[in-house]
Design a protein around this ligand. Sequence first.
Ligand code: CP
Length: 338
Amino acid sequence: MRADLATRVGAVAVDGGSFTPATPMGFRLHHVIEAQDFNRGMLDQLFRIAREMESVHEQGGNRCLTGKIMASLFYEESTRTRFSFESAMHKLGGSVISTENAKQFSSVSKGETLEDTIRILNGYADIIVLRHYESGSAKRAADISTVPIVNAGDGTGQHPTQAFLDLYTIEKELGHIDGITIAVVGDLANGRTVRSLCYLLSKYRSIRIRMVAPDVVKMRDDIKGYLARHDVVFSEETSLEDVAAEVDVLYQTRIQKERFGDREEDYEQARGVYVVTPEVMARMQRGAIVMHPLPRVDEIDVAVDDDPRAAYFRQAQNGLYIRMALLAACLGADIARA
Ligand code: CP
């Protein structure tokens, strides 16, 4: 791993894809900012710990983070990310400090900068989970923070912890990630989850990505360029029905109304174009799955929920295990001795 990446993600030394067992878990992270900072060895380690966390969860939790405090600093709405991080911290014996809505109820409403807020929280918390409305904000926070910053979504930038749980879900559901064909569908221009997922998929072998998006929200060139440079086969398609028949994973996303500003016409053009219906499911292979980072609006028909291939609620549950693993890895927990 390059030295600059080692500093940014704060991972312990990597040697041929494995990690120096410098911590009881053999794996230590510092900041979690961008998906592309993670290599395959790190993902394998993270998923190994997440599997252990599933057992910890089944046993009611443990105390490996007793005495540690997590600040959840969310400037944008969240159900899954915030509650799963907070639940993860509680499950591991730690404490949580938070504000209902950082944009409205923290001193940012009086004009305080993100940097000053982070400096202050450095004195109160051992780790900060940050969701912010500006792309690049997590990196800004990490540049000055003395405690780990976890990017819980930065504008239209990235959502790396969602991508970790997405890959964990694929591995759990299909038994492998190498060699899959995946359709990414919906708002590919504004969807930070799908952007992070594309970065991570490039770490695996023989991946084929089919992109299906309305014209106004097609995948941006930065991701397409990255995939091309990393020899990932991808194509832009228009027929969801045709694509559904050939994929192992159909990853649907919401058209992100909040990112359109006053471009209401563009939103109306994008909304409802690609919907996963029972008819689309009928085209899919028996062993394929449908995923969605959620929340959904109308892009997956609720009639699909009863199909065993609908994996999106299981996917959200996996978020708890991945976030337990991330907190333990960032805070150097000894889960074996908890
Ligand atoms: N997937 C996701 O980030 O959901 P929330 O916005 O509810 O956290």
